[in-house]
Design a binder for this molecule. Structure first.
Ligand code: BGC
Length: 267
C-alpha cells in the first residue's frame, strides 16, 4: 500500500470523505457521505466533518487530512461565499477545523482539489502544458494547472460575460436546471464561456467535471472550440482525491523543511 491521506469534500448538499492512496488515487476505505447541515454554518460543518472522519474505520492515526470547500482559500482563510453561508467570509477556516478535529489539516478550494486530482490521476495525467478544469454544478468552479503545478484560487466561474455580471449564474448546471434549458440552449452559453476562456488563456486542454459531465456526449458535440475538451475521469471522488493528495504533498514539504532546519541547527 502507498502513502495514505484522508480527503474530505464539503459541498452544498453533502460532505464526503475517504482514505486515499495518494500514489495511485485509489480509495483505501469506503466513501462516507453525510448531508451538509442546513444553513451551511461553520461550526455545524466542523461537527459533520468529525462524524465523517469517525466513520472511516481505516482512518490511520497521523495520516494527513485534506479538506476542500467551495470558496477562495487564502492562507487557511475562506475569503468568499458564493453558494454557502456568509459567515465563511474572512473566517480562519483551517484553524477552526484543526481545533475541531484536533490535528493539522490542509484546507483548499474544491475546484482546485478536483483539478489537482485530474492532473495527478485522471484526465489530465501526463498531459504537458496548460490545463483548465471547470466543474459545472451549483456554480462553476475552476482550476489552472501548468505542468502538474496548481495555481490556486482561479474564480473563473464569476467572469462578467455577455451582459451578465456573474456568468456562473447563467451557465452552471444549476442554471440549466433552474431555467429548464435544453442541451442545445445550455451549450450556446457554454460555447460563449469556453471560447472566452480560450481567448484569455490559450490552454492546451479543458477538463469538464461535475455530475453532469457524465452526459458529456449530449453537449460536447455542440461546442466549437480550438482546444481539446474532455470529461473528468472522477466525478464524485475528484475533490476527495485531490485534497488528500494536496495534504500529503503539504506534509512532505513540511517534513523536508523540518529536516533542513534540523541540519542547519546542527551546522
Ligand atoms: C465558488 C468557487 C467554487 C465553485 C464550485 C463557485 O461559486 O466561487 O470557489 O470552486 O463555485 O463549487
Amino acid at each position: 500500500m502507498g502513502t495514505a491521506a484522508i480527503g474530505i469534500d464539503i459541498g452544498g448538499t453533502g460532505i464526503k470523505g475517504a482514505l486515499v492512496d495518494v500514489d495511485t488515487g485509489g480509495l483505501l476505505s469506503e466513501r462516507i457521505k453525510m448531508p451538509t447541515p442546513k444553513g451551511g454554518r461553520p461550526n455545524d460543518i466542523v461537527q459533520t466533518v468529525l462524524e465523517v472522519i469517525g466513520k472511516v474505520p481505516q482512518l490511520r492515526e497521523g495520516a494527513p487530512v485534506g479538506v476542500c470547500f467551495p470558496a477562495v482559500v487564502q492562507h487557511g482563510r475562506t475569503m468568499s461565499a458564493a453558494n454557502v453561508s456568509d459567515e465563511w467570509i474572512g473566517l480562519e477556516a483551517e484553524k477552526l477545523f484543526e481545533e475541531g478535529i484536533g490535528r493539522d489539516i490542509t484546507f483548499v478550494n474544491d475546484a482546485d482539489a478536483a483539478g489537482y486530482a485530474e492532473s495527478q490521476f485522471g484526465a489530465g495525467k501526463g498531459r504537458p502544458g496548460f490545463t483548465i478544469l471547470t466543474t459545472l454544478g451549483t456554480g462553476i468552479g475552476s482550476a489552472l494547472i501548468y505542468e502538474g503545478l496548481l495555481v490556486p484560487n482561479a474564480e473563473l466561474g464569476h467572469l462578467a460575460l455577455d451582459g451578465h455580471e456573474d456568468y456562473e449564474k447563467v451557465a452552471s448546471y444549476a442554471a440549466m436546471e433552474r431555467e429548464g434549458l435544453s442541451w442545445k440552449q445550455w451549450a450556446k452559453r457554454l460555447q460563449k464561456y469556453y471560447a472566452h476562456l480560450e481567448m484569455l488563456f490559450s490552454p492546451d486542454l479543458f477538463i469538464v467535471g461535475g455530475g453532469v459531465s457524465k452526459h458529456y456526449q449530449e453537449f460536447f458535440p455542440l461546442l466549437d472550440l480550438k482546444t481539446e475538451i474532455v470529461p473528468a475521469a472522477f466525478r464524485n471522488n475528484a475533490g476527495i482525491l485531490g485534497c488528500a493528495a494536496l495534504a500529503a504533498h503539504a506534509a512532505g514539504t513540511r517534513r523536508r523543511r523540518e529536516a533542513e532546519h534540523a541540519v542547519e541547527a546542527t551546522n
